[in-house]
Design a protein around this ligand. Structure first.
Ligand SMILES: Cc1cc2nc3c(=O)[nH]c(=O)nc-3n(C[C@H](O)[C@H](O)[C@H](O)COP(=O)(O)OP(=O)(O)OC[C@H]3O[C@@H](n4cnc5c(N)ncnc54)[C@H](O)[C@@H]3O)c2cc1C
Length: 499
């Protein structure tokens, strides 16, 4: 007997997004969170289009929009104000149907994510609850946590446990998983200010001040919020920089105490690390518990949201259809190489800001005619996992399209894969139910197949293409591999999964 399908440890952005995604398939979930209030030190201020699409999937995009501004990009400049590298963000919508990049205030997002799951009858949230122990018993997992108010212990049995408990994850420790260092480690001070007047003439982009003596970052945040960050040099005591007097004197070239209020300040050691293993049996890691990166790209939280977007539909599948090693095994193998690209690029950016050594922070940087360098955002593909690596469309994002009736096509496949095809399939339609969408009468969808030059696409709920059938394939009597068929058939056998 199970008390819950899934236990999530940690109600930060990763855990709360996972809970929201699982709620789409009516998964019963227990969330364990040590604190009873939102984390209130400066953290994430940026996320991207792919992450916004996940927020659209769980139904918070419209609420969230009111708390966002579109990010215009980042400039890396030297101490004379000369631009060394420009990373502009286009203002048009991307393939994900949203702007490339947004600025936000992390507590706003966390509040919206938490509110969305609070009143679901199949989700229990335990706050002031600290994880004590986890035992994978083979066919289930026993989790014990402590009520920090009355010291009572509670034990629950679930099918899986996902550790979304951040950088110092106890779940990871209990799984006996170590973190591998990927190089970068440096202490920085982070200062959040609220301007008295919106009009104060400060840059409207993020500026990375590349400086051998002391690298710094300025962020144009939402509303009147502005952030400054600077590196603490070896031998310096970070605490000396946290005193308001020291902060104001340090920021005097930009701002004075009559122009803004100091909201909060913190010392962080920015690190790049990755957990060697993200799954052991029925225990999994996601978000900061699985990987850490310095914030130069603003991608740490984004990576956690991508993790749970990859994981949620696989877990739902296992809950409703039985444990699948293959599906769960694909989680780390698909996510690992993707997140490594963000970590490496963040490291290179950190090195550039620190040492001015090379603006070639990624292979998307190119030299312009005027000699300055410009960068496009990186788009790492999924690593090896489900599907055939020889398939050129496998691992590409399927576009977020609006249908002629104005609805978003994304809403048709939030929890299970679908086949889009313009040819009738010879396997029994009953096996697949409404997992198959015939595009013949739907010109908007048909044109997508034409654009890709395929007769069929198999698309996963996390919006990645899993398999494609090129128009001229000789063995076209067989749409996809038997394994891919089995997956769809299995899912449709359990109609519960239908959205
Ligand atoms: C200065 C700074 C700037 C950043 N900027 C960006 C940015 O612009 N964009 C971006 O994408 N990312 C950014 N990040 C990274 C981002 O903030 C993190 O990646 C993100 O918060 C991780 O989310 P999480 O849910 O995985 O972990 P967390 O947010 O750390 O949440 C973990 C939760 O688990 C709970 N918990 C921990 N242990 C236990 C336990 N034993 N029992 C019960 N509960 C427990 C904690 O209380 C917490 O609520 C930045 C980080 C910093 C420090």
């Amino acid at each position: 007997m199970f008390d819950y399908d899934i236990v999530i440890v940690g109600f930060g952005p990763t855990g709360s997004t996972l809970a929201n995604l699982l709620a789409l398939s009516n998964i019963s979930t227990c969330i364990i969170e040590r604190e009873d209030s939102l984390y209130n030190l400066p953290r994430a201020v940026h996320f991207d289009d792919e992450v916004m699409r996940v927020f659209q999937t769980i139904g918070i995009a419209n609420t969230l929009r009111k708390y966002l501004i579109i990010n215009r990009g980042t400039k890396f400049i030297d101490k004379n104000g000369q631009i060394l590298l420009d990373w502009p963000r286009p203002r048009s919508n991307t393939i994900n149907g949203w702007n490339a990049s947004y600025r936000f205030h992390q507590p706003d997002l966390e509040r919206i994510l938490r509110r969305r799951v609070r009143n679901k009858k199949f989700i229990d949230v335990f706050e002031n609850a600290e994880l004590q122990n986890i035992t994978d018993q083979g066919s289930n997992v026993k989790t014990t946590f402590k009520n920090l108010k009355n010291r009572n212990l509670k034990t629950v049995i679930s099918k899986y446990v996902v550790g979304c408990d951040g950088a110092r994850s106890l779940t990871r420790e209990l799984m006996n998983v170590s973190m591998e260092s990927l190089g970068f480690k440096q202490t920085w001070i982070v200062i959040d200010m609220i301007l008295n007047l919106q009009e104060r003439s400060l840059p409207d982009r993020t500026i990375q001040y590349c400086n051998l003596e002391r690298p710094m970052t300025y962020c144009r945040n939402v509303g009147r919020r502005r952030r400054w960050e600077f590196a603490v040099l070896p031998g310096e005591n970070p605490q000396d920089f946290l005193l308001p007097q020291a902060i104001w004197s340090y920021l005097e070239r930009w701002i004075s105490p009559t122009e803004a209020n100091l909201e909060r300040q913190a010392v962080y050691t920015f690190k790049s690390e990755i957990a060697e293993t993200w799954r052991k049996g029925r225990l999994l890691l996601a978000g900061d518990s699985a990987h850490l990166m310095p914030p130069f790209m603003g991608q740490g939280m984004c990576a956690g949201i991508r993790d749970v977007s990859n994981l949620a539909w696989k877990l739902s599948f296992c809950v409703w259809n039985g444990h699948s090693e293959e599906l769960l095994e694909s989680y780390q193998s698909e996510r690992y190489s993707n997140v490594i690209e963000y970590i490496k690029t963040s490291n290179y950016m950190g090195d550039f800001v620190n040492t001015l050594e090379s603006f070639q922070v990624s292979n998307t940087v190119f030299k312009k005619k005027d000699g300055t360098a410009e960068m496009k955002s990186i788009e790492p593909k999924l690593g090896f996992g489900l599907g055939d690596l020889q398939d050129p469309l496998r691992g590409k994002k399927f576009p977020n399209i609006n249908l002629v009736d104005g609805s978003s096509f994304d809403q048709y496949f939030a929890v299970r894969p679908i086949i889009l095809t313009n040819i009738s399939i010879e396997k029994s339609e009953a096996d697949f139910g409404n997992s198959v969408i015939f595009t013949k009468e739907k010109s908007d969808l048909d044109s997508i197949l034409k654009k890709y030059a395929v007769n069929a696409l198999l698309i996963r709920p996390d919006r990645y293409i899993m398999a494609s059938l090129p128009i001229n394939r000789s063995d076209d009597e067989k749409l996809f591999s038997d394994k891919e068929y089995d997956l769809l058939k299995f899912i449709n056998a359990k109609k519960i999964l239908l959205a």
